[in-house]
Structures are given as structure tokens and as C-alpha cells.
Design a protein. Sequence first.
Length: 332
Amino acid sequence: MKKRVLITALSLILYCTLTSCSFNAHVEDYDDLEVDNKEDIAIDQAEEFASQEDNESEENDYPENSEDEMITLTYTVKMLENVWESANMENSRFQTSEEFINQVDYYISAISEFVLKENWYEQYPDIPSIEISLQNSVSITTVRRNRIYINLNKLAFEHDLAPIAHEIAHVIVKSSLYRTESLDEGLASYLHERFGDNPTVHTWGIDAHVLANMFFSYYEEEYNTVFSVIGTRDRRQEEYMLGEQFLRQIFYVLSHSFAKYLIDTYGIEDFMKLHDATNSLIDEYYVLYGKSFDEIKSEWHSVILSSPSMSLEEYDSHLEELFDKHNWQWGS
Ligand SMILES: [Zn+2]
């Protein structure tokens, strides 16, 4: 039986002040609770809770019959106060850490519902604890057992262009055992576009098929290089994903476009089965879609080519406008 920690409503309220929690019991009137130094208490509670959590055994001594006061904690999210305070939020839609954490909670619930993984936390060995930090490096999600660290690029966060929904998608849908980077990144980018309140990184709010079409028109060789590994388990995906900026962008845009094509045409349920496939991935296309991998790829390519065309000049002015709007000097 999966381990769950039951804590009282009062502890949860204090703990949730700065952090965020999911629970399946109703808590009333917690906005009315008056506590001084709520954030400090929340951190203390979090630390205390973390140490208690480490000492928990499978059984616990909490009474089982007082449902009004007992809450099942399924995950926690936090951004430490000093991290929040280190950011200049003048150009951000988030004015308080609570607003930000609420947004994260919304992404967790909307994304997990859409990908049919509402009990996503059960894939972690213990209650997942998501800690969000801001650094001047690439946005990335790292999982160590039940501890999940999301680093968001600080400048992007300050200018409302951080891939928050994208990284949350990686928490909900972990990479499959047989890594398929294009399905992982394609799905996360698709989910960001669908649920995110800001433009996706790499497509910058442009339709992924339209941008893929632009790459095909101007950079056919690079397009074909990346196209050949999309939707496979080919190890070169990692090379393109982590490689030089240009191929990296084509990799993300094509992955996004492929996931969008599969999900919009055949539905999320089959896409999730494809993503989680444990036998031959190439054969799985036929099993799920009744079409060979090559047929699927060729249909997808036709969708790209029939998308509206965009010139490089139009692309450049779109980026310029977008970064102006977010008050961010490109390349700063
Ligand atoms: Zn990603």
C-alpha cells in the first residue's frame, strides 16, 4: 500500500502559506486565519514536516475516524522566500509568490487531468516535493526519487517567458523507461501551448506546424536531419536536443509539431500509450493508429507543408514584438 502522510488541517494551512499542497479533503476559512510571520512559520513547518516525513513508517498513529480534520497530502510545491525576493518582478504577471504558486497548482491539475494521470504522484516513491528555483541557466526539471527540482531561467521568469507549464508537464509525465526525447519534449511543449499563460519557448507563440513549415522552406537540410529521428528512440535526438542552438530549436519545434499532430488527430489516450510503450516503438504506431510509422510521418509532413507559410522577416518581427511586449531585450 502506498504511503500517505496524514496531517491536521492546521498544520496544512501553515504549511501551505508559502508552499502549495494538493489535498482531497475540504478546508474551510483558511484565508481568515491570522498568524504573524506566516511565511517564516510556513518554512519552519515545511522543514519540520520534511524531517518528520523522513522518519515516517508505513503505519502512522493518526486516528482514522476524524475525516474533517485529516487530510491526505499528495504533493507539495515551494519556492523559498529568498528565491522569490531575489527576482525583480516589475515585468511579471506575478506580483506575489502566492499568485505564482496558485498558477503552478492550476497547471498541475489541468495537465494531469488532460493526460489522464490525475494520480500522477503515485509514480513517485513517496509524496513528491517540488522545489522551484531561479538561476541564470537553462530551465530544467531534475527528479531525485520524490524530490523534484525545477530550475527556471531567472530572466525568463522575470519577463513572464519562463516555461513553467512545460516543466510541470515533465513532472506529471516522467520520461518513459526507453527514452524518446522527441515524444517527451513534444508533449511538454504541446501542453505548455495548450495550458500555459505565456508563449512556449522555441515556438514563441507561433503555431508549431507553421514554424516547422518555415524551417522546411529555408533550412531543408537541417529540417530533414532532425525530421528523421522524430518519434523514434534514436540516440541522436539527445545530441540535437542538447546541441547547438539552431538544431536545438528545430528539434523542439518539430517535436512539438509531431506531438500536436498525433494528439489533435488521434487523441491524447493513444499518444500516452505510445509514449509509455515498452516494446518496439516503431511497431506501436501500427498497433495504435493502424498505420505504419512511415505513413504517420508522411501524413504529418503533409500537414506541415499545408500550414500557412511564414517568412523569416515575419518571424523576426514577431520575435521583436514579443520581446518588446515582455520588456526584454533579446540576447540580454
Ligand atoms: Zn523539456
